[in-house]
Design a protein around this ligand. Structure first.
Ligand code: MN
Length: 468
């Protein structure tokens, strides 16, 4: 596949129907009167300078308004569903630097709203509306100076938030289109990294993780994904075991066991993707790497084949840890009775994150989520992100992994209570592999899934792509 060409088709932003987003949110609110007020993100500057930071709209505001630009607010009257978009006042002197703002008529058409106001008018306008209650979000962008002082005791900060989170959990068709596109392009970007690494290995050139990050961003950007959903993780060698490694500045080792773990996904119109692939730096997996890789792949496939509406995520996580634990015992790395090992949570020495999460406007999207506690010392504690049965039109990741993380291994194997469960000769034999994670972004359909991720993941397919 030619990953260097620009794809002719970019899904259009005009497909997004934010009025339907609002009506869905309203369905989840018990209140049928009052006013929604929410302020979008503002442009920030680098510390003590006038250099602007990259702006990315706050996701709840984007969901409600569709506006990607900074400085907007939104007011919605629940009784009659009238939507007021509030734009920043841009004086002539500022237009000199930032350009002429879009005319109000164009904004109304573009965002399907009923009226346009200026930010300087918000406070008086809210007073005029005389709402019984103002529903808002206690977000970082909230500025209570815009709310008339007499409404201080009539602000509800929870109902809107819960309703938006609920609404965002299942996707509209236009959201599915954008998410699918983001994942497809990210898939091509992953494939291009595999090819590039293979080519450079054949040319006996040492490459740096930074090159792979740049190439990933380039393939995404060329295809309209101008921003990443999160900072790419380009972790080679032992760094593959560091879950949130983002330095991306080390030379990629070329020894036979070295793997490159790339966890990266672009976002299109703020709709993201989350994809991980792990491939051999030398274009050929070592025996140890194949063994670990195929255990993770087996666990991922087991989950993917079972996903459909009604399935509980907790059961999928349990399935993954059962498979990992069983295979680690077979391999001789863990010693003991599998049931006991599972009860004690000993597998967490090598697998210490959840099996997946919702994806949408945020990489770890809102909705159906419980705060995860990443604490390896709390053996067996819940790391589950989704606590409800899956539903059609949810978009989620499936991302099992196995890691030989020195901190984690020490934590478990030096604890006298757990030491007997580990065969340290075997642990050290496989430690050279570093870490493996395989992550797909998938859509839950009526009777199964559509896998948005189209990067090869079988050992022979990855090797073939790299050796082409
Ligand atoms: Mn993920």
């Amino acid at each position: 596949m030619d990953t260097s060409t620009t794809r002719a088709f970019f899904p259009s932003m005009e497909r997004i129907n934010t009025r339907d987003h609002y009506l869905k949110i309203k369905k989840y609110m018990s209140a049928k009167s009052g006013v929604i007020y929410h302020r979008g993100g503002m442009t920030l500057t680098r510390d003590d300078t006038d250099v602007e930071l990259d702006f990315r709209q706050e996701s709840n505001f984007l969901y409600l308004s569709g506006v990607e630009a900074a400085g907007f607010h939104i007011v919605v009257v629940l009784e009659n569903d009238t939507i007021y978009l509030i734009r920043p006042d841009r004086p002539k002197v500022e237009q000199l630097w930032k350009g002429i703002p879009e005319p109000d008529a164009a904004l109304m058409k573009k965002y399907n709203v009923d009226h346009i106001l200026l930010d300087t008018e918000v406070k008086d306008f809210l007073k005029e509306l005389k709402p019984q209650i103002i529903f808002t979000l206690d977000s970082t962008n909230m500025d209570y100076n815009y709310i008339p002082v007499e409404y201080e005791n009539r602000i509800d900060r929870t109902q809107l938030k819960n309703a938006i989170h609920e609404a965002r959990l299942t996707k509209f068709p236009w959201e599915v289109t954008l998410l699918r596109y983001a994942a497809h392009i990210s898939s091509y970007a992953h494939m291009s990294l595999m090819s590039y690494c293979g080519e450079k290995y054949r040319q006996k050139q040492v490459i740096n993780e930074a090159e792979l990050e740049a190439k990933f961003r380039w393939v995404c950007g060329k295809n309209g994904l101008s921003r990443q959903c999160y900072i790419p993780i380009i972790a080679s060698g032992s760094r593959a075991a560091v879950l949130h490694y983002t330095d991306n500045d080390k030379s990629i080792p070329s020894h036979q066991h070295a793997l490159v773990l790339v966890d990266a996904g672009g976002e299109y119109r703020c709709y993201g993707s989350d994809v991980t692939r792990t491939f051999p730096a030398s274009t050929k997996f070592s025996d140890e790497a194949i063994t670990i890789y195929n255990i993770v792949l087996k666990a991922q496939k087991a989950v993917l084949s079972r996903l459909k509406p009604g399935v509980f995520w907790k059961d999928m996580h349990d399935l993954v840890v059962r498979i990992l634990c069983h295979e680690l015992v077979e391999l001789g790395l863990l010693i003991g009775n599998e049931t006991e090992l599972l009860q004690l949570g000993v597998y967490r020495a090598f697998y210490f994150h959840g099996t997946g999460h919702s994806v949408g406007l945020d990489c770890h999207d809102v909705g159906g989520k419980e705060i995860s506690i990443l604490d390896s010392t709390r053996k067996g504690s819940s790391l589950l992100l989704l606590q409800r049965p899956l539903d059609e039109n949810m978009v989620i990741t499936v991302e099992p992994g196995l890691y030989f993380n020195d901190v984690s291994i020490d934590l478990w194997t030096k604890d006298p209570a757990y030491k007997p469960y580990f065969n340290m000769d075997k642990v050290n034999q496989y430690r050279v592999v570093g870490g493996v994670r395989i992550e797909d972004t998938v859509l839950v359909t009526r009777d199964g899934i559509e896998n948005f991720t189209v990067v090869p993941k079988e050992v022979h397919d990855i090797e073939a792509l790299m050796q082409q």
